[in-house]
Design a protein around this ligand. Structure first.
Ligand SMILES: Cc1cc2nc3c(=O)[nH]c(=O)nc-3n(C[C@H](O)[C@H](O)[C@H](O)COP(=O)(O)OP(=O)(O)OC[C@H]3O[C@@H](n4cnc5c(N)ncnc54)[C@H](O)[C@@H]3O)c2cc1C
Length: 408
């Protein structure tokens, strides 16, 4: 297994459960990269993947950099253009609805696929099973979202409740000002230490006899079987799974696979609580920012940055989210001197790549989980293990790289 993020570690456990002898190779400790820095929401409510906005008002807001959901610069946009164009095409309502049917089948089982691993790894203390809140300052977007939630309930049976300003204020005394209200999503679980959860899963993998290798993966050679060239030597395996998150396409290029991946950068920073922490994580709808109580403090996470990284200690989206959060919550001092940054590995058809490589025997893919890899790791790992073991009828059809929208 190449990659010990949430995706690779979960898949390693699923293969182990099928009786395979698995080695988990990563240059860092498990859960140190994207799977560490996310908002920690196991998004059982997210039945539709993030589409690119297509309405003029939102696009105008992004173009003028008023919308904090997306940041961009021309160099970054040009670099991402070959992947953004098919992403735009796939975001058309009819195609997005079709993609969402597949996505929903994955998301529907996400919390239960995590549940068995959480129990077996003894990580229950990191998990809250009470959902999260989507906050609104103004009545108009709140009403609009409430109507959208109703339509998701009809389509996906998603669980939610609508909290007006009074209910919200009573439920979250940490809020310093009255808001229009919140949508409380009930089907999501949240984690107070996302990297810690991956480490707990990795400890379970070791306890069950799995081997963990700390090494930089440098390349793959094949025929017969596979050889993985690493900084500490060459490892041989009959089959390998590439689960390197945002780095997966790079390793596969020399083998002739050219995946269209958009790497949407996101940031986080922790703040020591000046006052009470919120009871549940909150998404500030207007700022597209998450305020998540974590072991390390209040974690503020941002939306998607498509610009070239300028290495700022506190990038623009985070500065704006911090200013907005400071109005709502009593934030203390920053815990870190500069923001954590990580890349969401998003495919242009919004679906993770899970399945057999078309051109090589014994090569398998499990990457491209975009905004929801922390959620979906155990689910795609279970499906992939079924495919590798030759299940005749997996519960959900595999999402192989051969799907037309993927564009290999
Ligand atoms: C700000 C932000 C907030 C997010 N919030 C959420 C959320 O609330 N819920 C959710 O479900 N998802 C969320 N996500 C998305 C989620 O974090 C990712 O989809 C997920 O972590 C991807 O997991 P992964 O295992 O594929 O990748 P990673 O966790 O990045 O793992 C890949 C691993 O590959 C290793 N690696 C790469 N190259 C090499 C090499 N050459 N040699 C050795 N090792 C290598 C890395 O060290 C790393 O450990 C968020 C992402 C961001 C950026």
């Amino acid at each position: 297994m190449l990659g010990a993020g949430m995706v690779g570690t979960s898949a390693a456990l699923a293969l182990q459960a099928r009786g395979y002898d698995v080695a988990l190779i990563d240059r860092s400790a498990p859960g140190s990269e994207t799977s560490h820095g996310n908002a920690g929401v196991i998004q059982g409510e997210a039945h539709e993947p993030y589409a690119l906005p297509r309405d003029l008002a939102t696009l105008w807001g992004i173009a003028l950099k008023r919308d904090n959901a997306v940041d961009w610069d021309m160099r970054g946009l040009l670099r991402a253009a070959p992947s953004l164009l098919p992403y735009w095409y796939n975001s058309a309502p009819r195609r997005h609805r079709h993609i969402s049917q597949v996505y929903s089948a994955l998301v529907r089982r996400a919390t239960s696929d995590h549940a068995s691993l959480i129990a077996a790894s003894g990580a229950g203390g990191l998990i809250r099973r009470h959902g999260y809140r989507l906050l609104f300052r103004d009545a108009a977007p709140f009403d609009l979202m409430a109507r959208k939630a109703e339509s998701w309930k009809a389509r996906y049976n998603v669980g939610f409740s609508i909290e007006d300003g009074d209910v919200l204020a009573a439920a979250e005394p940490a809020l310093r000002r009255r808001l229009a209200g919140a949508i409380r999503w009930h089907d999501a679980w949240t984690c107070s230490d996302p990297g810690g959860l991956v480490r707990a899963y990795a400890a379970l993998f070791r306890k069950r006899g799995g081997e963990e290798v700390r090494a930089e993966i440098e390349g793959l050679d094949t025929g017969p079987g596979w050889r993985v060239r690493t900084s500490v030597g060459v490892f041989e395996a009959e089959q390998i799974v590439v689960a390197l998150g945002p780095w997966s396409p790079h390793l596969l290029e020399p083998l002739g696979y050219h995946f269209r991946m958009i790497r949407k950068r996101g940031y986080h920073m922790h703040f020591t609580p000046g006052g009470a922490l919120p009871n549940l994580p909150m998404i500030d709808a207007e700022l597209s920012a998450v305020y998540a109580p974590m072991r390390a403090g209040l974690r503020i996470c941002t939306g998607a940055d498509l610009s070239v990284d300028r290495g700022e200690a506190m990038p623009r989206q985070l500065r704006r989210a911090h200013a907005a959060a400071s109005e709502l919550l009593d934030l203390g001092e920053p815990v870190e001197a500069s923001a954590w940054r990580g890349l969401r590995p998003c495919m242009s058809d919004m679906l993770p790549v899970v399945g057999a490589a078309q051109q090589h025997h014994g090569l398998w893919f499990d990457f491209g989980h975009g905004h929801q890899g922390f959620t979906l790791g155990p689910t795609t790992g279970t499906l992939l293990a079924g495919l590798i073991a030759g299940d005749p009828d997996p519960a959900v059809r595999p999402l192989g790289p051969s799907r037309p929208a993927q564009g290999l």
